[in-house]
Structures are given as C-alpha cells and as structure tokens.
Design a protein around this ligand. Structure first.
Ligand SMILES: Nc1nc2c(ncn2[C@@H]2O[C@H](COP(=O)(O)OP(=O)(O)OP(=O)(O)O)[C@@H](O)[C@H]2O)c(=O)[nH]1
Length: 305
C-alpha cells in the first residue's frame, strides 16, 4: 500500500513550502516519495521545489474540481505502475475542494493500492484573521478546513500569540476532529502526519463541491521580455488587492542581477534569489477573479525600464 497525503489550502497559504519539508523528511526516513502537483495555470512555478530524483506528475491548466479529476486518477496510477513508492503527496490548487481529490484517489482502479492517510489543510493565518475576502472564498476556506485531518495555521509570524490562540479556537469550532498546529514557514513536527487518524465521516457533511466554479478564477500568464523594475511591480500589485489572489513567477529585475523566484500572496510580495537548474523563461503568472488578460499585459509592459 502506498500512503497518500493531500495538501490543500487557499492560494499562497504555504502548501509548496510544506511540501519541500515533507520531501526532505520522507527521504531522511528512507521512504521513496512521489509528487503530483495541480496548478491552475499552464506552467508550474512550484514544481521547481521538487528535487530531480523525485518522480513528479503535473496537472496543469485546470483544477481537479472541474476537468482534471480523471487525469488525477490516471497520474496516480502511472506513478504506482512506473515507480516503487512508499508515499505520494498531492498538492492541490488553492481553489480545490479536498473532497474532489479524495474522490479521484478512491477511484476503483486505485483503492486497493493506496491508503489516503490524511488531508492536510494550510490556512493563511493573517488572511483568516482579517477576513478580507468575499463570501465565495470564505466558503471555500471553510470547506477546506472542514474536510481536513490536519490543519496547519501557517504564517503566524504576522500575528500576536493571543490572536493565534483565538484563531485555533475558531478552527476548532469548524472542525473539532482535526489535529491543529500553528506554524511559520510550515515548520511543523512532521512525525505527527503518521500519528493522525483520517476523519472517515467526511462525505456525510459534504456541501455542493464545485465551490470554486463560482469564483471565476482566471489565470493569466505573461512571458517577460527583459528585466522588470521590482518596485514598479510591487506598487502595481498593491492596487490590485481584492481581485488578485496570487502571483508568482521567475523574474529578472533591473535592481539586482540574477534570476529571482517571485511570490505574491495576500498582499505580500517576496523575491528570492534562485539558482538555476534548468532554463526558465522569465514569466509571471497571475491568479484572481475575472482578471482581464489584455489589461494585465499592458501593465506588465510598463514594468520594463
Ligand atoms: N511570512 C511568511 N511567509 C511564508 C510563510 N510560509 C510560506 N511563506 C511564503 O508565502 C509564499 C507562498 O508560499 P507557497 O508555499 O508557495 O504557497 P502555496 O500554498 O503553495 O501557493 P499556491 O501553490 O499558489 O496555492 C512564499 O513566498 C513563501 O515563502 C510564513 O509562515 N510566513
């Protein structure tokens, strides 16, 4: 039996950050790990964190919720057939409902060979605390919390301890069965993963599941022709809050030489120097509600010097 863990949580909550830790943890234990990543856009930025030796399947350009459920089952099957694995981690898009993933994992062709150990939902603590989101997103977050076996309240570096306690209490009201852990940069005791019982009653509480269909999330990808001005990008994104949930990509900036991994989630832009293992075309990916592709491309053009 191959263990399967599902990483759920809204855009930018820290799923890839946790995945990186998990891969190292499993490798240290001598367990063979495979990864499936689902991203809304047509290119995967997050897959750069997966080491070369780890088998990786990517489901791009859509969400398991809508069109890719069959594809997810197929990719799990391929991983099982082609590699000797002990554990598979599935990183869902931030817009996915965990039930849809569980559904795909419990495909009749797979159930005999895999054991879904836990749904791990990451919650962006600041986003959850401030509650500045529309009802559709709130509903999705609540669903992701409700269907979790482990809830990681991440990004607590942005909040006072007393607030963190309060938030953990609120999470408990939504899902009292799940194990709750607070963290910064998803630093948690990973041994807990294997000490958590799966919440078997999930399907009974099921809500209509295609929550994110109604979010009208759109992904816009823009290839960059040359280095951009870092500050111009940051200032522009500030005006975008509310409809832009996530941006990421690989960029060259005019201020400093070298390639940077760019991450923007919930008003927080981060540039990290990135050492190249493959050739990346500098690209920005934007994920948000009803994004206007032409408008975004026009703005990106203004980021060049
Ligand atoms: N300040 C702070 N930043 C964090 C923390 N955890 C992760 N980040 C940063 O938040 C950004 C988004 O993190 P990811 O791990 O890529 O989030 P994700 O959930 O995989 O994002 P999507 O795949 O787009 O849904 C990155 O720049 C991380 O370095 C944290 O605890 N505190």
């Amino acid at each position: 039996m191959v263990d399967v863990f599902v990483l759920s949580g809204f855009l930018g909550s820290g799923k890839s950050t946790l995945l990186k830790e998990l891969i190292q943890f499993e490798q240290k234990q001598g367990r063979r790990v495979g990864v499936i990543m689902n991203e809304l856009g047509s290119i995967s930025i997050d897959s750069a964190i997966v080491p070369d030796e780890v088998p990786l399947k990517e489901l791009l350009n859509g969400c398991v919720c809508c069109t890719l459920q069959g594809e997810l089952s197929l990719q799990i099957k391929r991983l099982l057939e082609n590699y000797q694995l002990d554990v598979i981690y599935i990183e869902a898009t931030g817009a996915a409902h965990p039930l849809e993933i569980i559904d795909a994992c419990t495909h009749p062709l797979l159930v005999a060979n895999i054991n879904v150990r836990a749904v791990i939902t990451l919650v962006n603590a600041l986003q959850w605390y401030e509650g500045k989101m529309n009802n559709k997103i709130k509903k999705l977050l609540v669903e992701q919390i409700k269907f979790a076996d482990i809830i990681v309240l991440n990004k607590i570096d942005k909040l006072e301890n007393s607030v963190v306690e309060q938030l953990l209490g609120k999470l408990d009201q939504i899902n009292s069965n799940a194990r709750k852990i607070s963290s910064t940069y998803a630093q948690i005791d990973l041994k807990l993963l294997y000490m958590t019982e799966t919440n078997e009653h999930k399907t009974e509480q099921s809500e209509p599941t295609h929550v994110h269909n109604h979010l009208h999330l759109r992904t816009v990808k823009v290839a960059l022709e040359r280095p951009i001005e870092r500050m111009k990008l940051v200032e522009w994104l500030e005006h975008f809050q509310g409809i832009l949930y996530r941006a990421k990509g690989f960029v060259y900036i005019t201020e400093t030489p070298g390639l940077f991994l760019f991450n923007y989630a919930y008003g927080d832009p981060v540039f990290e120097r990135y050492s190249i293992k493959e050739t990346y075309t500098p690209t920005l990916v934007f994920i948000g509600e009803n994004l206007d592709q032409d408008e975004i491309k026009k703005h990106v053009n203004q980021l060049y010097v």
